[in-house]
Design a protein around this ligand. Structure first.
Ligand SMILES: [Zn+2]
Length: 362
């Protein structure tokens, strides 16, 4: 664990501004006479001295007893916290703070040991993570945004903190649910997902073990026109294993075959092409009262002209043909037939959703 401490960014390497130990700003605690002996560790810590505005104002406890910092992407973040709490909730800090001998080699600042965190933790991620750990009630008053949930999952995974990980994981699982079909949840209806967003989710899912979000993420790739354009032009730029691409292509072909079968089949029709509709109270030109052959042709005239044949094929689990074309269909087809057609679609959606899981092996 000492390697993490030794891996702390040096001012020369990482561009941290050196602050001379005797230099003090009005807000600096060093304005007071320094009560600590100037040991080599203290001198080293002062090389790492944060600018005052790099300190997290809410998470710099005057009586804290450990200082954590992270320097990434040209900026730093510093926190003064309680070591007992960090060790209690985070496996990473538990190991780091309990490792024997670290006190002798760890930089000291304001009488506290100074540690950094694994490289994959960002400044913003660390700030959000400590905020969640120290003030969970404040943050839990409103739902996590997707970006915040991703950041928390990644940070909690790197720091081995199950409490924050599970909380953020729950948010991602709701946003990328495998238990509701695409288009069915209010959350789903209110957003548009890009294929790059889906790629991020696949990476996070696999790296952090949030595998339940994979299915929805793969579906969003499957239905993205932009994804298939990139796939055709330069598939090497898509950062996915070959087997994923192969399985997605297979699934795309499967839906391309299945969707037209659904669209061109007249409602309420048995295997022999005979109508099962027994309308009462309807009058011609209702298709439901036509002969079987004429009835089928009436449906085909609608289906083959309808944009749903192509548009719906792109995203068949969201394309409710009956609802979208209700105005046209209700002029010719009885409500029983239309309800049946919608029910068939709903059953097929569940079947296709299951096939997606099987085909992607998730
Ligand atoms: Zn009918």
């Amino acid at each position: 664990m000492n390697s993490k401490v030794r891996g702390a960014p040096s001012p020369k390497k990482e561009g941290l501004k050196r602050t001379h130990p005797t230099h003090t700003s009005p807000e600096s605690p060093n304005k007071r006479p320094r009560p600590y002996p100037v040991t080599p560790q203290v001198r080293r810590a002062h090389w790492l001295m944060p600018r005052c505005d790099d300190r997290d104002k809410d998470l710099w406890y005057p009586d804290g007893n450990v200082i954590i910092y992270r320097y990434s992407e040209g900026r730093a973040r510093w926190f003064k916290l309680y070591r007992t709490r960090l060790a209690q909730y985070c496996g990473f800090f538990d190991t780091l703070l309990s490792s024997s001998g670290s006190a002798e080699t760890t930089p000291q600042l304001e009488g506290c040991p100074v540690y950094t965190v694994p490289a994959e933790v960002s400044c913003d991620g660390l700030s959000a993570f400590f905020g969640m750990l120290e003030k969970p009630r404040e943050l839990s008053l409103k739902p996590l945004t997707q970006d915040l949930a991703i950041s928390l999952v990644q940070t909690a995974h790197a720091l081995s903190c199950s409490v924050v990980f599970e909380y953020a994981q729950q948010s991602l699982s709701e946003l990328w649910s495998r238990d509701t079909l695409p288009g069915d949840s209010p959350v789903d209806a209110a957003r548009t997902v890009t294929w790059k967003e889906a790629m991020v989710m696949i990476t996070v899912a696999r790296k952090c073990g949030v595998l339940e979000i994979l299915k929805r993420a793969f579906y969003e790739l499957l239905v993205s026109e932009d994804f298939w354009v990139i796939h055709d032009v330069d598939s090497a730029t898509i950062d996915l294993p070959d087997e994923d691409i192969y399985r997605l292509r297979e699934m795309r072909l499967y839906l391309n075959r299945e969707w037209p079968k659904f669209v061109i089949t007249p409602p309420q029709t048995d295997e022999k092409g005979k109508t099962k509709c027994t309308p009462t109270g309807y009058h011609p030109p209702f298709a439901c009262e036509m002969q079987n052959c004429q009835r089928r042709n009436t449906w085909l005239n609608f289906a083959l002209d309808d944009e749903g044949l192509d548009t719906g094929a792109r995203d068949p689990l969201r394309y409710n043909l009956v609802k979208r074309r209700a105005v046209t269909l209700e002029k010719t087809w009885c409500q029983w037939c239309l309800n049946n057609k919608e029910e068939v679609w709903n059953n097929l959606r569940m079947e296709w959703w299951g096939v997606l899981g099987d085909m992607m092996k998730i």
